[in-house]
Design a protein around this ligand. Structure first.
Ligand code: FES
Length: 310
Protein backbone atom coordinates (compact mmCIF):
# COMPACT_ATOMS: atom_id res chain seq x y z
CA UNK A 1 0.00 0.00 0.00
CA UNK A 2 1.26 3.47 -0.82
CA UNK A 3 1.22 6.10 1.87
CA UNK A 4 -0.44 9.47 1.38
CA UNK A 5 1.97 12.24 0.41
CA UNK A 6 3.39 14.27 3.27
CA UNK A 7 4.17 17.97 3.46
CA UNK A 8 7.86 17.44 2.83
CA UNK A 9 7.50 15.01 -0.08
CA UNK A 10 9.12 17.42 -2.52
CA UNK A 11 6.13 19.50 -3.69
CA UNK A 12 6.91 23.04 -4.71
CA UNK A 13 3.50 24.60 -4.21
CA UNK A 14 0.68 24.10 -1.75
CA UNK A 15 -1.68 23.36 -4.65
CA UNK A 16 0.61 20.58 -5.87
CA UNK A 17 0.54 19.02 -2.42
CA UNK A 18 -3.25 19.32 -2.05
CA UNK A 19 -3.76 17.74 -5.48
CA UNK A 20 -1.47 14.84 -4.61
CA UNK A 21 -3.56 14.10 -1.54
CA UNK A 22 -6.57 13.47 -3.80
CA UNK A 23 -4.73 10.66 -5.64
CA UNK A 24 -5.55 7.06 -4.78
CA UNK A 25 -3.34 5.67 -2.06
CA UNK A 26 -3.16 2.09 -3.44
CA UNK A 27 -1.96 1.02 -6.89
CA UNK A 28 -5.05 -1.15 -7.53
CA UNK A 29 -7.19 1.95 -7.25
CA UNK A 30 -5.34 3.86 -10.01
CA UNK A 31 -7.59 5.26 -12.71
CA UNK A 32 -7.51 3.37 -16.01
CA UNK A 33 -6.56 5.07 -19.27
CA UNK A 34 -9.62 5.71 -21.40
CA UNK A 35 -11.66 7.45 -18.75
CA UNK A 36 -11.85 10.51 -21.03
CA UNK A 37 -13.86 8.51 -23.56
CA UNK A 38 -11.19 7.21 -25.96
CA UNK A 39 -11.94 3.68 -27.18
CA UNK A 40 -8.77 1.82 -28.27
CA UNK A 41 -8.81 0.24 -31.73
CA UNK A 42 -7.40 -3.18 -32.68
CA UNK A 43 -4.35 -1.37 -34.18
CA UNK A 44 -3.66 0.34 -30.85
CA UNK A 45 -3.51 -3.07 -29.21
CA UNK A 46 -0.81 -4.20 -31.65
CA UNK A 47 1.71 -1.64 -30.36
CA UNK A 48 4.46 -3.07 -28.18
CA UNK A 49 4.02 -2.59 -24.46
CA UNK A 50 7.07 -0.46 -23.79
CA UNK A 51 8.24 2.46 -25.93
CA UNK A 52 11.66 3.09 -24.36
CA UNK A 53 13.26 3.80 -21.01
CA UNK A 54 12.08 7.14 -19.66
CA UNK A 55 14.65 7.62 -16.92
CA UNK A 56 17.11 5.71 -14.84
CA UNK A 57 17.73 6.72 -11.23
CA UNK A 58 21.14 6.12 -9.69
CA UNK A 59 22.06 6.74 -6.06
CA UNK A 60 25.35 8.62 -5.72
CA UNK A 61 27.36 9.78 -2.72
CA UNK A 62 28.47 13.08 -4.27
CA UNK A 63 26.16 14.60 -6.85
CA UNK A 64 28.75 17.16 -8.01
CA UNK A 65 31.31 14.47 -8.71
CA UNK A 66 28.79 12.16 -10.39
CA UNK A 67 27.34 14.94 -12.53
CA UNK A 68 30.79 15.92 -13.78
CA UNK A 69 31.73 12.29 -14.46
CA UNK A 70 28.58 11.41 -16.44
CA UNK A 71 28.91 14.66 -18.39
CA UNK A 72 32.61 14.42 -19.21
CA UNK A 73 33.17 10.66 -19.50
CA UNK A 74 29.80 9.46 -20.79
CA UNK A 75 28.95 12.60 -22.77
CA UNK A 76 25.51 13.21 -21.22
CA UNK A 77 24.03 16.73 -21.12
CA UNK A 78 23.29 18.31 -17.74
CA UNK A 79 19.64 19.39 -17.78
CA UNK A 80 19.72 20.86 -14.28
CA UNK A 81 19.47 20.37 -10.55
CA UNK A 82 16.34 19.73 -8.48
CA UNK A 83 14.06 19.20 -11.46
CA UNK A 84 12.31 16.11 -10.08
CA UNK A 85 9.93 15.68 -7.14
CA UNK A 86 12.66 14.56 -4.80
CA UNK A 87 13.83 16.54 -1.78
CA UNK A 88 17.32 15.05 -1.92
CA UNK A 89 19.98 16.85 -3.98
CA UNK A 90 19.81 15.50 -7.51
CA UNK A 91 20.93 16.22 -11.03
CA UNK A 92 19.07 15.33 -14.22
CA UNK A 93 21.21 14.26 -17.20
CA UNK A 94 19.99 13.68 -20.75
CA UNK A 95 21.15 11.20 -23.38
CA UNK A 96 20.89 11.85 -27.15
CA UNK A 97 17.85 9.57 -27.34
CA UNK A 98 15.98 11.73 -24.79
CA UNK A 99 16.29 9.15 -22.00
CA UNK A 100 17.13 10.72 -18.67
CA UNK A 101 19.59 9.73 -15.98
CA UNK A 102 18.77 11.08 -12.51
CA UNK A 103 21.64 11.15 -10.05
CA UNK A 104 20.26 11.34 -6.52
CA UNK A 105 22.59 12.03 -3.62
CA UNK A 106 22.32 9.84 -0.55
CA UNK A 107 24.47 8.42 2.22
CA UNK A 108 24.05 4.65 2.00
CA UNK A 109 24.47 3.83 -1.65
CA UNK A 110 24.41 0.13 -2.57
CA UNK A 111 25.53 0.17 -6.21
CA UNK A 112 25.26 -3.56 -6.88
CA UNK A 113 24.91 -6.84 -5.10
CA UNK A 114 28.32 -7.85 -3.78
CA UNK A 115 30.11 -10.46 -5.89
CA UNK A 116 27.84 -10.22 -8.91
CA UNK A 117 27.66 -8.25 -12.13
CA UNK A 118 24.05 -9.30 -12.68
CA UNK A 119 22.76 -5.79 -12.05
CA UNK A 120 24.41 -3.35 -14.42
CA UNK A 121 23.39 -0.51 -16.71
CA UNK A 122 24.18 -0.77 -20.42
CA UNK A 123 24.30 2.12 -22.89
CA UNK A 124 24.56 2.24 -26.69
CA UNK A 125 27.06 4.54 -28.35
CA UNK A 126 27.84 5.47 -31.93
CA UNK A 127 31.39 4.65 -33.13
CA UNK A 128 32.48 8.28 -32.61
CA UNK A 129 31.05 8.43 -29.10
CA UNK A 130 32.71 5.12 -28.33
CA UNK A 131 36.11 6.34 -29.56
CA UNK A 132 35.76 9.43 -27.38
CA UNK A 133 34.81 7.28 -24.40
CA UNK A 134 37.95 5.18 -24.88
CA UNK A 135 40.04 8.38 -24.70
CA UNK A 136 38.26 9.43 -21.51
CA UNK A 137 38.80 6.01 -19.97
CA UNK A 138 42.52 6.47 -20.57
CA UNK A 139 42.50 10.06 -19.32
CA UNK A 140 40.67 9.16 -16.09
CA UNK A 141 42.67 5.92 -15.72
CA UNK A 142 39.43 3.94 -15.37
CA UNK A 143 39.78 0.21 -14.99
CA UNK A 144 37.90 -1.21 -18.03
CA UNK A 145 37.52 -4.74 -19.39
CA UNK A 146 35.34 -6.79 -21.76
CA UNK A 147 33.02 -9.28 -20.08
CA UNK A 148 31.66 -10.76 -23.30
CA UNK A 149 34.83 -10.94 -25.39
CA UNK A 150 34.03 -14.43 -26.70
CA UNK A 151 30.57 -13.30 -27.86
CA UNK A 152 31.61 -10.23 -29.85
CA UNK A 153 30.87 -10.53 -33.55
CA UNK A 154 32.76 -8.63 -36.24
CA UNK A 155 32.20 -4.89 -35.74
CA UNK A 156 30.70 -5.27 -32.28
CA UNK A 157 32.50 -3.42 -29.47
CA UNK A 158 31.86 -3.63 -25.78
CA UNK A 159 33.37 -2.24 -22.59
CA UNK A 160 32.68 -2.81 -18.91
CA UNK A 161 33.73 -0.45 -16.16
CA UNK A 162 32.40 1.22 -13.01
CA UNK A 163 31.42 4.79 -12.22
CA UNK A 164 32.87 6.64 -9.18
CA UNK A 165 30.15 5.12 -6.94
CA UNK A 166 30.91 1.60 -8.15
CA UNK A 167 27.79 1.25 -10.31
CA UNK A 168 28.52 -1.42 -12.92
CA UNK A 169 28.27 0.02 -16.44
CA UNK A 170 28.49 -1.48 -19.92
CA UNK A 171 28.81 0.35 -23.21
CA UNK A 172 27.92 -1.29 -26.53
CA UNK A 173 28.78 -0.06 -30.01
CA UNK A 174 27.94 -1.57 -33.40
CA UNK A 175 30.09 -0.32 -36.28
CA UNK A 176 29.64 -0.61 -40.07
CA UNK A 177 32.04 -3.59 -40.02
CA UNK A 178 29.13 -5.58 -38.59
CA UNK A 179 27.25 -5.50 -41.90
CA UNK A 180 29.97 -5.13 -44.53
CA UNK A 181 30.35 -7.85 -47.15
CA UNK A 182 33.41 -9.93 -46.36
CA UNK A 183 35.15 -11.54 -49.30
CA UNK A 184 37.73 -14.24 -48.68
CA UNK A 185 39.28 -13.35 -52.05
CA UNK A 186 41.24 -16.52 -52.36
CA UNK A 187 40.35 -16.91 -56.05
CA UNK A 188 38.75 -20.08 -57.41
CA UNK A 189 38.47 -22.91 -54.88
CA UNK A 190 38.76 -26.42 -56.26
CA UNK A 191 36.59 -28.62 -54.01
CA UNK A 192 37.30 -31.93 -55.75
CA UNK A 193 35.04 -34.17 -57.86
CA UNK A 194 31.31 -33.42 -57.66
CA UNK A 195 30.69 -37.17 -57.56
CA UNK A 196 32.27 -37.41 -54.09
CA UNK A 197 29.44 -35.36 -52.52
CA UNK A 198 26.21 -37.02 -51.35
CA UNK A 199 22.90 -35.20 -50.97
CA UNK A 200 22.91 -33.64 -47.50
CA UNK A 201 26.70 -33.19 -47.26
CA UNK A 202 27.98 -29.97 -45.69
CA UNK A 203 31.69 -29.23 -46.13
CA UNK A 204 33.58 -26.38 -44.50
CA UNK A 205 36.35 -24.75 -46.55
CA UNK A 206 37.98 -23.21 -43.55
CA UNK A 207 40.58 -20.95 -45.13
CA UNK A 208 37.91 -19.21 -47.19
CA UNK A 209 35.11 -19.28 -44.58
CA UNK A 210 32.81 -20.97 -47.11
CA UNK A 211 30.41 -23.88 -46.68
CA UNK A 212 29.76 -26.10 -49.70
CA UNK A 213 26.40 -27.89 -49.45
CA UNK A 214 25.05 -30.65 -51.66
CA UNK A 215 21.24 -30.54 -51.82
CA UNK A 216 18.91 -32.60 -53.97
CA UNK A 217 18.45 -29.46 -56.10
CA UNK A 218 22.22 -29.10 -56.64
CA UNK A 219 25.23 -27.38 -54.99
CA UNK A 220 25.24 -24.20 -52.89
CA UNK A 221 28.34 -22.32 -51.69
CA UNK A 222 27.43 -20.19 -48.67
CA UNK A 223 29.38 -17.52 -46.86
CA UNK A 224 30.22 -18.36 -43.28
CA UNK A 225 29.52 -14.81 -42.08
CA UNK A 226 26.23 -14.45 -40.20
CA UNK A 227 23.77 -11.99 -41.73
CA UNK A 228 23.08 -10.51 -38.32
CA UNK A 229 26.47 -9.00 -37.45
CA UNK A 230 29.14 -10.97 -39.30
CA UNK A 231 29.66 -13.58 -36.62
CA UNK A 232 31.23 -16.85 -37.90
CA UNK A 233 28.53 -19.51 -38.07
CA UNK A 234 29.17 -23.19 -37.39
CA UNK A 235 27.44 -26.29 -38.74
CA UNK A 236 25.76 -28.31 -36.01
CA UNK A 237 25.52 -31.78 -37.53
CA UNK A 238 23.42 -33.21 -34.68
CA UNK A 239 20.73 -30.55 -35.06
CA UNK A 240 21.03 -30.23 -38.85
CA UNK A 241 21.44 -26.49 -38.77
CA UNK A 242 23.94 -23.66 -38.79
CA UNK A 243 24.32 -21.77 -35.55
CA UNK A 244 25.89 -18.43 -34.78
CA UNK A 245 27.55 -18.50 -31.36
CA UNK A 246 27.37 -14.71 -30.95
CA UNK A 247 23.66 -13.96 -30.60
CA UNK A 248 22.20 -17.40 -31.32
CA UNK A 249 20.85 -16.96 -34.87
CA UNK A 250 20.18 -20.27 -36.63
CA UNK A 251 19.96 -21.15 -40.34
CA UNK A 252 18.88 -24.30 -42.12
CA UNK A 253 20.92 -26.24 -44.67
CA UNK A 254 19.63 -24.01 -47.49
CA UNK A 255 20.79 -20.94 -45.56
CA UNK A 256 17.32 -19.75 -44.57
CA UNK A 257 17.17 -17.97 -41.24
CA UNK A 258 15.23 -20.12 -38.75
CA UNK A 259 15.45 -18.39 -35.37
CA UNK A 260 17.44 -16.80 -32.58
CA UNK A 261 17.13 -13.27 -33.98
CA UNK A 262 14.23 -11.54 -35.73
CA UNK A 263 14.04 -11.27 -39.53
CA UNK A 264 17.49 -12.03 -40.91
CA UNK A 265 18.36 -12.53 -44.57
CA UNK A 266 19.49 -15.97 -45.69
CA UNK A 267 23.23 -16.73 -45.68
CA UNK A 268 25.05 -15.14 -48.63
CA UNK A 269 26.14 -17.10 -51.70
CA UNK A 270 29.24 -17.52 -53.81
CA UNK A 271 28.98 -18.73 -57.37
CA UNK A 272 29.52 -22.41 -58.06
CA UNK A 273 30.53 -24.07 -61.33
CA UNK A 274 32.25 -27.20 -62.57
CA UNK A 275 35.55 -27.72 -64.29
CA UNK A 276 36.04 -29.95 -67.36
CA UNK A 277 37.29 -32.67 -64.99
CA UNK A 278 33.98 -32.59 -63.04
CA UNK A 279 35.47 -30.79 -60.06
CA UNK A 280 33.29 -28.35 -58.06
CA UNK A 281 34.70 -24.83 -58.33
CA UNK A 282 33.75 -21.86 -56.11
CA UNK A 283 34.49 -18.29 -57.15
CA UNK A 284 35.26 -16.34 -53.95
CA UNK A 285 35.66 -12.98 -55.69
CA UNK A 286 32.02 -11.95 -55.44
CA UNK A 287 29.20 -12.63 -53.06
CA UNK A 288 25.44 -12.52 -53.62
CA UNK A 289 22.98 -11.38 -50.95
CA UNK A 290 19.51 -12.97 -50.85
CA UNK A 291 16.41 -12.78 -48.69
CA UNK A 292 15.70 -16.50 -48.74
CA UNK A 293 16.44 -19.75 -50.57
CA UNK A 294 15.12 -20.28 -54.10
CA UNK A 295 15.70 -23.61 -55.90
CA UNK A 296 17.34 -21.87 -58.88
CA UNK A 297 20.18 -20.72 -56.59
CA UNK A 298 21.43 -24.32 -56.65
CA UNK A 299 23.83 -25.38 -59.38
CA UNK A 300 23.72 -28.82 -61.06
CA UNK A 301 26.99 -30.53 -62.04
CA UNK A 302 26.67 -29.65 -65.73
CA UNK A 303 27.26 -25.95 -65.34
CA UNK A 304 30.57 -24.18 -66.04
CA UNK A 305 31.65 -21.47 -63.60
CA UNK A 306 30.45 -18.20 -65.14
CA UNK A 307 29.71 -15.85 -62.19
CA UNK A 308 27.73 -15.34 -59.03
CA UNK A 309 24.15 -16.57 -59.13
CA UNK A 310 24.61 -17.95 -62.67
S1 FES B 1 26.40 -12.19 -35.34
FE1 FES B 1 24.65 -11.95 -34.11
S2 FES B 1 23.60 -13.84 -34.35
FE2 FES B 1 25.29 -13.98 -35.63
Amino acid sequence: METAPTKDAGFRTKRQMEKAKELPSASDALPKYGGHGYVPTAEDDEEPFVERISHLVLGVTDVDRAEHWYNDVMGMDVLGRGLMADTRPHSVMRMNSGCLLVLVEGKDIVPRRPGTNAVHHAFNMTPNQYRRLQEKIEEYKIDAWVDRAQFLAQGEYNLNFRDPDDHALEVCCDTPEASELILPNVGILDCGPASQYNVGDVKLLKDADVYLIRLKEGFLAMSRWCTHMNGRIIWNREHWRFQCPYHHATFDRRGNHTGGQPDLDALRLYSVGFGPDGHVLIDTSQVTQRACFEPDQCVQPDRALVGAGA
